[in-house]
Design a protein. Sequence first.
Length: 415
Amino acid sequence: MGPVQGDSNTNINGKEQNNSNNDTIMPKEMYQAPACLKIPLTPPRKLLMGPGPSTVPPRILAASAIPLIGHMHPEMYQVMDEIKAGIQYVFQTQNELTLAISGAGHAAMEAAVCNLIEDGDVLVSFVAGMWGERFAEIGERHRAVTHRISKPLGSVFTLEEIEEALKSKKPTVMFIAQSESTGTILQPIEGIGELCRRYGTLLVVDSVASLGGTPMFMDEWGIDVLYAGSQKALNCPPGASPISFSQRARDKIAKRKTKVTSFYLDTNELANYWGCDAGPRRYHHTGPISTLFALREGLAILAEEGLEKSWEKHRRISRLMWEGVEALGLELFVKDEKHRLPTLTGIKIPTGVDWKKVCQYAMNTYKIEIAGGLGPESIGKLWRIGAMGYNATEHNVNTVLRVLSEGIKQCKITE
């Protein structure tokens, strides 16, 4: 992309200009507009059956195309209030500090860390895949004394293992993922909150890949910070991440000796912006209006369906997926059914098959996404197939299994 030659009296279109009433002196050389931006945007339609984002249904697409309103207009505050109520419903919480972070799930993860952690606080992260490791890394960047309790990919942690870590490390905060999507594991959460209260620890839980697809009871289970993403079973575009803080978590934040290290993610500021405190709302940042419209609609769809029906649908569709995988002679990555994510299925890659070419075959031939692993522990070891929310249908499961079977036959490794 080279410069356009000209003189000081010639504008970018080659026409003479008069600078007598303009203080700006035009450069003699200006860069050309990118040719790629003069071509219409036409990405292909795809069936997103990977770990997320999932396919966005027409109703949510339509919501995201509603004309913008101002981010501080009363109608926008009403939308935000409805989003808050929807998050409280899907989290099963009455926490007042409940909102959607303007950012992907990583932003919600970092919000949990930077609000709860001060220099020298002790953090224990339970690591059985990428997300426990990622939380630990973020904790270290915020100067927490960080301990990793690690198990192999595809493992779950027992209450005994968790209590031993709480007893020996005495953490201020502990983290565990309900949905460790890199290993397609569903970690049992019930009982952990009670242990954390016994040892004076705040419990942070990641439900990005499980929310809406499996039971979650934030208040009943004693979770102090719970966060999720918008792009999995909620079927929304990424960019607005549900999060909620218990009163215990808020008390910890209120007693901080130092300011929260991120202004953008500071819940003292966000609480006001989202109407979670008693004061009149004031400007904090310009929220992603269209993304919030979409999130509101995704939460509305789930509320209309009902949580229990959604959980049952995902159980039924996941069993259909598992049975179909085994009927193809393939092995599921997680052996114990009760520890398998009902939203995301892991399949061991059979010997003699080029896993990457299978993914490419599905995409190039059918525009269907089948994902490989994520992170050093899982790449080359498993495929991950999602059936989340709108995508959780018998037709989609049967289609993706047929394509997977074809791909395996087409993509044998030759000597």
